[in-house]
Design a protein around this ligand. Structure first.
Ligand SMILES: C[S@@+](CC[C@H](N)C(=O)[O-])C[C@H]1O[C@@H](n2cnc3c(N)ncnc32)[C@H](O)[C@@H]1O
Ligand SMILES: Nc1nc2[nH]cc(C(=O)O)c2c(=O)[nH]1
Ligand code: SF4
Ligand SMILES: [Mg+2]
Length: 244
């Protein structure tokens, strides 16, 4: 590593798998998951990339090192790279995106919208996932708007909102009404998120299906015809396993 070279805190890099959520669902993707988050959602399904007790599992990596792993996993064939976390926006990812773009890769970023970066402008897809009341977090809409301003040039912007209950549903409707031009994806909450130390933790698929049916009933009963309701496909396929 040369002096001053950018280091990015990485929790895991995995794939190719399919994108299991939201606007890119089904698309072959390599995931680059950064470590660390400025939020602590009560139901976070990725605590191994959030909680400070897992910090020693996060490796500082250079753009070169990350890129070598992405190209190894993808067989050097350009595909969609999803930057997730934790909150990937708290890491310096601009140079990584530039590097990948030079080789024809595309980049999507998943973030809660609490931290805006100028390099959002270079993303191909920005997925903003503001957190509803059941998460225990409060949305700073000024910060959220700043993220949108930074990404004004990004070709695709989508909202993805997790819904566990009526309060979350009302929040999702209000958030969507604030940003009527963006597609909105509603995602049923997984109420059995994996404990970080137990990769084989059981998932309650029947419960998630019930949640999905309830959510579909809500949008159809309320005639919210712009909303799209999608489950976490990777959870249906592989349960609470990590790295899929
Ligand atoms: C783990 S987060 C990482 C990126 C970023 N911190 C965020 O929250 O958008 C990726 C996505 O998973 C969703 N998610 C987290 N825990 C979940 C759960 N228990 N059930 C359903 N979706 C969940 C988040 O809302 C977010 O849309
Ligand atoms: N297949 C798959 N799709 C995903 N979509 C969002 C994910 C995430 O954890 O950010 C995720 C993930 O971990 N795996
Ligand atoms: S913002 Fe995302 S990564 Fe952070 S705690 Fe919430 S769901 Fe987990
Ligand atoms: Mg996940």
């Amino acid at each position: 590593m040369s002096a001053g070279e950018t280091q990015i805190r990485i929790s895991e890099i995995f794939g190719p798998t399919i994108q299991g959520e939201g606007i890119l669902i089904g698309l072959p993707t390599v995931f680059v998951r950064t470590g660390g988050c400025d939020y602590r959602c009560s139901w976070c399904d990725t605590l191994h990339a959030v909680a400070s007790e897992y910090r020693d599992q996060w490796l500082p990596m250079s753009v070169d090192e990350i890129w070598r792993e992405v190209t190894r996993l993808s067989g050097s064939r350009p595909l969609m790279v999803s930057l997730s976390g934790g909150n990937p926006a708290i890491q310096p990812l601009g140079a990584l995106i530039e590097r990948g773009h030079r080789e024809g890769y595309r980049f999507a970023l998943e973030t809660q919208g609490s931290v805006a970066r100028d390099w959002f402008a270079n993303l191909d897809v920005l997925v903003l996932s503001p957190k509803p009341p059941s998460s225990g977090m409060e949305t700073d809409w000024d910060a959220f708007d700043a993220c949108l301003r930074m990404a004004a040039e990004a070709p695709q912007i989508a909202l993805k909102i997790v819904v566990f209950d009526d309060g979350d549903y009302a929040y999702a409707r209000a958030a969507a009404a604030r940003y009527p031009t963006f597609p909105v994806y509603l995602q049923p909450g997984n109420h059995t998120p994996p404990p970080p130390d137990d990769e084989s933790a059981k998932v309650d698929i029947d419960g998630i299906m019930d949640q999905m049916l309830w959510l579909v009933g809500k949008v159809t009963d309320n005639q919210w015809f712009e909303a799209r309701v999608l489950p976490q496909l990777h959870v249906l396929l592989w349960g609470n396993r990590r790295g899929v």
